[in-house]
Design a protein around this ligand. Structure first.
Ligand SMILES: *Cc1c(COP(=O)(O)O)cnc(C)c1O
Length: 359
């Protein structure tokens, strides 16, 4: 026997495995993964419990969920795709459109899954720095499109910095991008957006034949652990995406939970409104302390802690709050339990003088 190792693609060998937000100690608040602090909506647990035929495969096409979403957004069922989380759909879209030599453009800093999605497809990342206010620089992103570009990802509100893309900004951007380039509008936090100027992807699908909109049940609907996300877009694009999907990976439990959640719109909106109010309160308080917090339209806020990011993350952890640190830029804090707010603000106040990045 030799100790020769099997061949791993070199770009994969150096790719870091997915890093999850730190699991919190029992008495700590886990504000590191943008999860919903509320339990599933009423009726959802019962709907999941009713799915007991584990010896059978689920409906591979998630037809019932797609039918409800198609009805809600005024599309056909073929213009809806359901997958185990919208991260899965990002992988499917990258594989369907891009391979070696092709480029995928996205803002940076943005969602930490994007670089891996591009690399796994064999394509090349083109990262366009955010504006100083933490928003996408859409002019620079449009200018970064070359004849090699196959896909552009626009994340609104941007995870982790918080600002939205406005409707007019997005329309100007779409006018500048060639129609053979797929534009993916990642709206994972759409339900939390309260700014009326924000782009709303579903309303634009008829207008732009190269647009796919991503949404998820993980955040506002509180189903992160059951893995259900969806895409809206042209049927032929989503057929290609379906061809790249791992079959049967949306469980019957996930489908049942999604369906039951879609029936509880009133309760959903009440929870979302509560979290958005808490977010606005936290942003206002942090700004009053002197923090340059960017506009926050998701269920998270961004603290520009710069070179002091690691020190700040430790201070929050000592105070019982697990945050997500992106050294050397800043810290993302999810909007979670009410009980965490006071400690969060006290800790931020203790740090502001020393750690505010000089942007
Ligand atoms: C959380 C998140 C997603 C979705 O995650 P899934 O749980 O896979 O649906 C997608 N995009 C962004 C920007 C996110 O923050």
């Amino acid at each position: 026997m030799t100790d020769e190792r099997v061949h791993i693609r070199p770009e994969i060998a150096v790719l870091p495995a997915y890093k999850q937000g730190r699991q919190a100690a029992a008495d700590a608040f886990k504000l590191s993964s943008n999860e919903n602090p509320f339990p599933p909506l009423p009726g959802v647990i019962e709907a999941v419990h009713a799915q007991t035929a584990f010896n059978r495969y689920p409906d591979a096409t998630a037809l019932a969920v797609r039918a409800v979403l198609a009805n809600r957004f005024g599309t056909t069922v073929d213009e809806v795709h359901v997958a185990p989380g919208s991260v899965a759909i990002l992988h499917e879209l990258a594989k369907a459109t891009s391979g070696p030599g092709d480029e995928i453009v996205y803002a940076w800093r943005s969602f930490e899954a994007y670089p891996g999605v591009v690399t796994v497809a064999g394509a090349t990342s083109v990262q366009v720095p955010n504006r100083p206010d933490g928003g996408h620089d859409l002019d620079a992103m449009a200018a970064a499109v070359t004849e090699r570009t196959r896909m552009v990802i626009v994340c609104t509100p941007n995870n982790p910095t918080g600002p939205i893309v406005t409707g007019p900004e997005f329309e100007q951007f779409m006018a500048a991008v060639p129609q053979h380039v797929l534009v993916v509008l990642d709206e994972a936090y759409a339900e939390f957006v309260t700014d009326p100027a924000a782009v709303r992807g579903p309303a634009l699908l008829e207008r732009y034949p190269n647009l796919v909109v991503l949404r998820t049940f993980s955040k506002a609907y509180g189903l992160a652990g059951l893995r259900v996300g969806y895409a809206l877009g042209p049927a032929y694009v989503l057929d290609a995406v379906r061809a790249c999907a791992i079959p049967l990976s949306v469980t019957a439990q996930g489908q049942a939970a999604a369906l039951a959640s879609l029936e509880r719109e009133g309760e959903l909106l009440a929870r979302v409104a509560e979290l958005a109010e808490q977010r606005d309160h936290i942003v206002a308080a942090l700004r009053a302390q002197g923090w340059a917090v960017p506009d926050a339209q998701g269920n998270f806020v961004w603290l520009p802690t710069g070179d002091g990011t690691a020190v700040a993350a430790e201070a929050f952890e000592r105070a019982g709050i697990i945050v997500r640190a992106f050294a050397p830029e800043g810290i993302r804090i999810s909007i979670g339990e009410h009980e965490a707010v006071e400690t969060l603000l006290e800790t931020a106040r203790s740090l502001v003088g020393d750690l505010q990045a000089t942007a």
